[in-house]
Design a protein around this ligand. Sequence first.
Ligand code: FNR
Length: 362
Amino acid sequence: PPLSDMFNLSDFEYVAKQILPPNAWAYYSSAADDEISLRENHYAYHRIFFHPKVLVDVSEIDISTEFLGEKVDAPFYCSAAAQARLGNEDGELSIARGCGDENIIQMISSQASFSFDEITDAKPDGANQWFQLYVLPDREKAYDAIKACEKKDIKGIFVTVDTALLGRREKDLRHRVFSTGDGDDNEVTAFVAENDPIMAFKDPILTWKDIQKFKEATDIPIAIKGVQRLEDVLIAIDNGVSAVVLSNHGGRQLDFARSPVEILAEVMPVLRERGLDKKIEVYVDGGISRGSDVIKALCLGAKGVGLGRAFLYANSAYGEDGVKKAIQLLKSEMYLDMKLLGVSKIEDLTPDLLDLRNLYAR
Ligand code: FNR
């Protein structure tokens, strides 16, 4: 179907499923075990309702904000996803262009299908990017990556901490996804490529000490991706980390990990109560597909939200234009919903606009 037939982000998923080779579809759509967390990430948003305000001047809506000090046109970003080239030959390059044109941030995966330099060079002038770091047992590689980030003016380094081992994604096993070079790899590759250095990309002894050292090594803000409990957010604050992403890796790691938006709803009141909410930026990812989802997360106190699969699907189906269209759709859904909610700017999105009574009623 033509791009003009895409009316929401789920439409891209539908088209991607039709056009992608079965193994690419499996790799993008899969999640761990019974895929409970994958579904839960999405459904949790369906249990949050709005308390709109009326008779408010909503003639001008502004959804721009700042992420780690950089201005962005909308409070969402493209999260790191390995192997964008499986679905589109321009892979991460067209994602870089699409995001840059719409002034939202692309988080570059440690295991992208193009090189770091190719992806940073592809972005339009003035566009901002983050880097997602998988830490290898060989720590030197992490420091090399940090240096490369400095050269390319990367605005944030997100250390992924939820992948001591890979989750078991049975769809990938069934489709024999041989995705060597893939940061988000699976056990099939583990036995076909045991000697492949790429398989050694996740270090199970990564600890807060390493995070401290990364912080000392650079002025680029260090963030942690994959936090799943209040206590770890508090430790992150003690460690002077700039941001955390509440995330269960799109349900691809520990199945039955709770939905990040539920955790957000618990974390933010505690941070506010202790006066810590300005000490760290809290992001969430997983299951977001509507402007209303973004708004809900922001009402709860998230600085912004990340989307993974949605961009892979849009890029697979329509390349750069698809990425742009997906961003525009999400932006326009946000405009409309904020008007109807009676809120004209991001900082006025507050918890009282939400009805959370059903959030815990699974
Ligand atoms: C990912 N994700 C991911 N995360 C990461 O830190 N490094 C990576 O290389 C990858 N690779 C990757 C590949 C694919 C195919 C998917 C679907 C996801 C996780 C990603 O950054 C993000 O946390 C989730 O995708 C968010 O969930 P949604 O938006 O896909 O529901």
